[in-house]
Design a protein around this ligand. Sequence first.
Ligand SMILES: Cc1ncc(COP(=O)(O)O)c(C=O)c1O
Length: 446
Amino acid sequence: MSTELYARHVNDQWVRLLQTLGTDMDYTRCEGTRLTTAAGREVLDFLSGYCVYNVGHNHPRLVAALHEELDRKGPTMLQSHVPPLAGELAARLTELCGKHLVRTVFMSTGSEGVETAIKFARAHTHRSGILHADGAFHGLTCGALSLMGGATWRADFEPLLPGIESIPFLDVVALEKKLATGRFAAFIVEPVQGENGILVPTAADWQRAAELCRRHGTLLVMDEVQTGIGRTGKFLATHHFGVEPDMVILAKALSGGLMPVSAVLMRDEICRSVYSSIDRALIHASTFGENTLSMRAALTVLDILRDEDLCTRAEHSGAMLREGLRTLAGKYEMVQEIRGIGLLNGIKFRPPSSLRLKLLYASFSRLHPAMFGQLMIRELHRHEGILTQICGNDFLVVKAAPPLTASEAEIGRFLQGFDRTLDRIHTRMGFWGQGLALAGRALRPA
Ligand SMILES: Cc1ncc(COP(=O)(O)O)c(C=O)c1O
């Protein structure tokens, strides 16, 4: 009944997609890495809500902290006082992100974080241009969407913001050419590209890029919405590369998935360019931005991250996961490469070269470029009880990004399930036959 209501009143195409993939489960209990359905089936989460559940689902300390905060019956969104937890959280974030990032602007979503960065960069530099990387994912509000080149995302929503240009991800030659024009307020970029297939640059490339931004007066803004809060084995992915960005955008995992929150950290002088006088005290704000429950959730997530040493765990588990995947990769012709850092990992596939699989694969990709990947996701879910997804801008990359709390046994369970799935894809006709029938049905107009 609730599915019917959702389809009728919210988004029927989302219901169609989930039902086609067979992933429309009625989850009744979510704890750590495990999702339990009403029918008692257990699913292992290797997607983490696109890097939201770094501390796992419904971490008991987080749930207790929110209960306590509610029981206190204090102001949550009064917007008429100085919210003390916002100051406390901002100070903790400065400690963790970098001492030069002394100011934080709080919003509720990653996209709002990106919008904030665009506005503050423009105000500070008095330039209007914003540079981004090809294949980036920065969010779906109009400003954030302007920083995404993908035609599918943009169609029907243009014109977007003017003055936006892009370069291939960390192509320092192209970067220098653009920056030399003096048009760009900011280079807004993910330190590791997530939706574009988990692309991890070298520290040398990052240091060169940061140096170019500094030389040309363009602010370097790191979008750490997916990569932050320990996901890559350090608090920020930026910390792997030895660069000091002018702004950092955090969201998703910051509040552990129970409350929406985003935070844009920046140098003092950038913040002062916007909040420059008493009449501009609220010139950039958002109703839910500094609400007490989000602030409490984020403070508790930071405590959990520290007390459970989740950055170190992510580094170790990630190395174990990649090693296991690399061993599997050698057995299967369609696996091209294993990529990743910490617990942000991708398995890159390639079209098959053997004649038998080539024809089947071609019929899949003729139907839709994401078809092969989506049917693999379906297979993993249906037969192995593993939840994951393909990347939004590279359909041939499957994500392996469990909560940072994932145990060795759970990583082992994923590896075994993935191995069996790869074996079925490479040796059995059933996967392809059922897939083609299903895809045909799914692509018929409703
Ligand atoms: C790197 C990155 N930036 C920004 C966003 C937008 O965040 P939100 O969906 O919270 O608006 C996302 C969302 O997936 C993201 O992956």
